[in-house]
Write a new protein. Structure first.
Length: 461
């Protein structure tokens, strides 16, 4: 009989090909590698190629193993393809990888000792069982989303929601009371409750899988305490998604001109506008926002503008006549990449008009900057409700019946953010910033949780 192979602690990382999901899982992988965990990242060719280019320093510094999955369907991501099709494609591509790991194990070779997979990739539970290894769920969103998922069976049992023949939640009037989160309208529900109910119910029923999440206890204490009654929660946020070479003194990358512009602005005077990596605005909506900014004399702004067109027009063609000339000194519009974390940490930044993606939410609150919620898809509506009604650290813009946000609505929230209400929100967010900083410091709640995760993985041998 062959001797049992003693393997090094080895985490197989399985992200979904969406920027916010991928960047957070890779940041976690980098931190695990620094703590002695071998890392293999699996994905389709497009994802692996992107990692090799955009995360070359991490791959080199931590000797990541990159596993390219078979049956690559091509351009599959959450922008171009529905999430359920992305998930199914990854499952098909992972079949050969599992079979290879099984044959390696049978031959006495070492294989990963655990899987850390995006929560949406529920099928990896079967792979973990086949390989006899631990599976961790990773949630790029807040614990509030997992708490909502966990409340679904109760809501169904009480008749508060009903399911359609294809197992999605049917439209309803009024509000749902979700424990520890907020009261939600049907329009606030994430896409996963409309198209991925099987995934949601499997998550709820599989309580043995620890949940690793980009949050920190002090931000979501009530939600974490409630969910911790049924599963292990490992809040390790705020996850630092900065590149590993950011503090490399040999770098000679010039400082962003956007930060230079912020240096010229008074303290707490600028509203930063950015809607993430996937939201694109139509020309009519761009015009309404621009008109509001033009007429809000007390509001300075920095706008990272992305257009819906695949071939974006020059900014002068989508903004009001002479807009940039008129706004010179008071406002700046850019179509280039913006260093969001540095912008949010800049003392000139007073507020953040955001899509309420969880990554941006954590970055904003951890920088002490309140948000104006403008959700567009996925769990962003849930996050907005949670921030506005649950945590009471944000405000929101309201859409008209045509789904357009009118310039008058923008003017109203900009005035509120630059007035006493905005100051009150900034005071609350400054306290959250203190908690966020403490959470990731030595002895902090998130640092303790992360080190416990490292030890858990190391003893899986």
């Amino acid at each position: 009989m062959a001797d049992r192979v003693i393997t090094k602690p080895h985490a197989l990382i399985l992200p979904v090909p969406s920027h916010s999901h991928l960047v957070n899982l890779l940041a976690l992988a980098s931190k695990l590698a620094k703590n002695g965990i071998t890392i293999t990242v699996a994905g389709f060719k497009r994802t692996i190629s992107s990692i090799k280019v955009e995360y070359a320093k991490e791959v080199e510094a931590h000797e990541f193993n990159l596993l390219e999955l078979e049956h690559d369907p091509g351009n599959v991501d959450f922008v171009n393809v529905k999430p359920e099709h992305v998930i199914a494609g990854l499952q098909l591509g992972f079949v050969a990888a599992v079979e290879k790991f099984e044959s390696d194990r049978a031959a006495g070779m070492s294989i990963p000792t655990c899987i850390i997979a995006d929560l949406f990739l529920n099928w990896t539970e079967d792979a973990a069982v086949r390989l006899g290894i631990q599976r961790y769920d990773f949630l790029a969103s807040g614990v509030n989303l997992a708490r909502l998922y966990n409340d679904v069976p109760r809501l169904i049992e009480q008749g508060a929601v009903k399911l359609s023949e294809n197992n999605s939640i049917l439209p309803f009037d009024g509000f749902l009371q979700v424990q520890d989160v907020a009261n939600l309208r049907f329009s606030d529900l994430p896409y996963s409750l409309l198209a991925l109910m099987d995934m949601v119910m499997t998550f709820v029923q599989t309580t043995s899988r620890p949940l690793v999440v980009n949050s920190f206890y002090e931000l979501e204490s009530r939600v974490i305490d409630g969910l911790a009654l049924v599963r292990k929660i490992i809040p390790i946020g705020p996850i630092d998604t900065a590149r590993v070479d950011e503090n490399d003194e040999s770098r000679e990358e010039p400082r962003s001109e956007l930060l230079d512009w912020l240096d010229t602005q008074p303290e707490a005077s600028v509203i930063y506008i950015c809607l993430g990596s996937m939201v694109r605005l139509d020309p009519p909506q761009i015009m309404q926002l621009a008109l509001a900014l033009e007429s809000s004399n007390d509001c300075r702004f920095l706008w990272a503008l992305k257009q819906r067109d695949s071939n974006p027009k020059p900014l002068a063609d989508v903004l009001p006549p002479d807009f940039q000339t008129k706004m010179k000194g008071r406002g700046l519009v850019t179509s280039s990449w913006a260093p969001q974390v540095q912008i949010l940490k800049h003392p000139a930044t007073a507020g953040f008009l955001s899509h309420c993606g969880w990554g941006s939410t954590v970055e904003s609150l951890s920088s002490g900057v309140p948000m104006i919620g403008w959700p567009h898809y996925a769990e962003q509506y849930l996050n907005c409700r949670y921030l506005v009604d649950g945590l009471k650290v944000a405000m929101e813009v309201l859409r008209g019946t045509d789904d357009l946000v009118d310039q008058n609505e923008f003017r109203k929230v900009f005035a509120l953010m630059m007035g006493d209400h905005g100051k009150d929100l900034r005071d609350k967010c400054k306290l959250i910033k203190v908690h966020a900083t403490a959470a990731v410091a030595p002895g902090g709640s998130s640092e303790k949780a992360f080190l416990e995760l490292v030890e858990d993985i190391k003893v899986l041998n």
